[in-house]
Write a protein that binds this ligand. Structure first.
Ligand SMILES: C=C(O[C@@H]1C=C(C(=O)O)C=C[C@H]1O)C(=O)O
Length: 411
């Protein structure tokens, strides 16, 4: 754990939230490509920059460790919040590792947070903001692609193996992913990627935490007091020549394979959150979520918690859902480690923000790239069931990488 020193470290750290005039383009306010933090959907959300405090952890207890750190930190803050909405006061941006292995989870409390929700805008400063130089957003130039650590050929083979093992009755569903390496002439600026994603995918949550940048259509959990909501996705089709979007949506709804994949995902969420709820409403029939690159089966689940667990502990209870893990979860997680042969890092882990009251929003870190200088590592995966076809899954993973590829290239 690190806490960047405030000028008088013996005293509490000052956190001040002030209201600003309405109507701000949050992403356009990020002053530089350093320490970019974001969670923005359709113009609303939070952006942050600078590091007031940071915590990293790994392993099976990562959610508990992150939660304990965040709770303890509250005791050292002197908060004056004139707005009083979820996301005002001190906020930590969160990006949790997918697996219990060595990959690090990261929580960052920015020095400056700008928020917008329902026509209200606020600015929070933590520990007194220092002036940050404003540097223009720059594109990366020509982008070239190469196989990642888990090549497409090996991915196809992994899907084939998984299908065989499912036909043998070992498990019902597993979500397998692969990566792709992008290299550019210039360093990737997270703001460039965020702006491109937010423009083309306004119904997704565009996020950036510690170099993991993406736009996810999937909401793991939103907590607001005792209310929660979630958007569970699983089951995918993508545009083909000669077929309209309405025809594709009807085909997706009628697809037994996709409905099965979707049902596993909803069931895993409901089974694990159910015991913590006073009320839980999960519609029996999914809807179709239409994005530019793909269509997904989608179920919005909502309800009321009777447990007062923080968002991080609730996320621990539901992660990984069968949208990114599989069914049964322990078998799927083992098979992912065996067949993927790469560490997912924070891809497919919970990503978003929490506030001092334990409220916040965590999405599933999909449609993303891990940026490092002039390289970007893209990830995408697909739910595999006993009647999956390896070539189709390769094409589906390719369709899921389109948003990040387009945004990296400035297309
Ligand atoms: C795993 C990913 O997406 C997940 C898998 C889906 C599927 O298998 O149909 C659909 C949406 C997501 O829940 C990904 O985008 O990498």
């Amino acid at each position: 754990m690190t806490f960047a020193p405030s000028r008088s470290s013996a005293r509490a750290v000052r956190v001040r939230t002030r209201e600003l005039p309405a109507g701000v383009d949050l992403l356009a306010q990020l002053p530089s490509s350093e320490d970019v933090l974001a969670w923005v959907r359709g113009g609303d959300g939070l952006v942050g920059w600078g590091v007031a405090a940071e915590f990293r952890c790994s392993g099976p207890d990562r959610f508990a460790a992150a939660d304990a750190w965040w709770r303890e930190l509250q005791g050292s803050l002197d908060v004056e919040d004139e707005v009083g909405l979820p996301g005002t006061g001190a906020v930590a941006f969160v990006s949790m590792a997918f697996a219990a292995g060595a990959a690090e989870s990261v929580l960052v409390v920015p020095r400056v947070i700008l928020g917008q929700r329902g026509g209200r805008v606020w600015r929070t400063e933590v520990g007194g903001a220092s002036a940050t130089p404003v540097l223009p957003v720059r594109g990366p130039g020509v982008v070239r692609y190469a196989e990642g650590r888990h090549s497409v050929t090996r991915y196809r083979e992994a899907v084939r193996t998984a299908v065989r093992r499912m036909r043998d009755g070992e498990l019902a569903k597993v979500v397998l992913a692969h990566d792709l390496l992008a290299t550019a002439a210039e360093p990737f600026d997270p703001r460039f990627l965020l702006a491109g994603l937010a423009r083309r995918y306004p119904s997704c949550w565009a996020y950036a935490v510690a170099g993991l940048v993406g736009a996810t259509p999937e909401l793991l959990l939103r907590r607001n007091g005792s209310d929660f909501s979630s958007r569970v996705l699983a089951g995918t089709m993508w545009p083909r020549p000669g077929i309209t979007e309405d025809e594709l949506a009807a085909e997706l709804l009628a697809s037994g394979k996709n409905r099965e994949e979707h049902a596993y995902a909803v069931r895993s969420f409901v089974d694990r959150l159910g015991p913590l709820c006073a009320e839980l409403d999960a519609p029996a029939t999914p809807e179709v979520l239409r994005l530019r690159n793909v269509l997904h089966l989608s179920t919005d689940v909502r309800g009321r918690l009777h447990d007062d667990g923080s968002l991080l502990r609730l996320a621990e209870a539901v992660h990984p859902t069968a949208a990114v893990g599989g069914t049964p979860t322990p078998d799927a997680v083992r098979l992912i480690a065996e067949l993927e042969g790469m560490d997912r890092g924070r891809y497919a882990g919970p990503v978003g923000w929490i506030d001092g009251a334990g409220d916040g929003e965590l999405g599933v870190a999909l449609r993303c790239a891990q940026l490092a200088g002039n390289t970007a590592r893209l990830f995408a995966g697909c739910g595999i069931v006993a009647d999956s076809d390896p070539d189709t899954e390769v094409a589906e993973a390719g369709a899921k990488m389109i948003p990040v590829r387009d945004a990296l290239e400035g297309a």
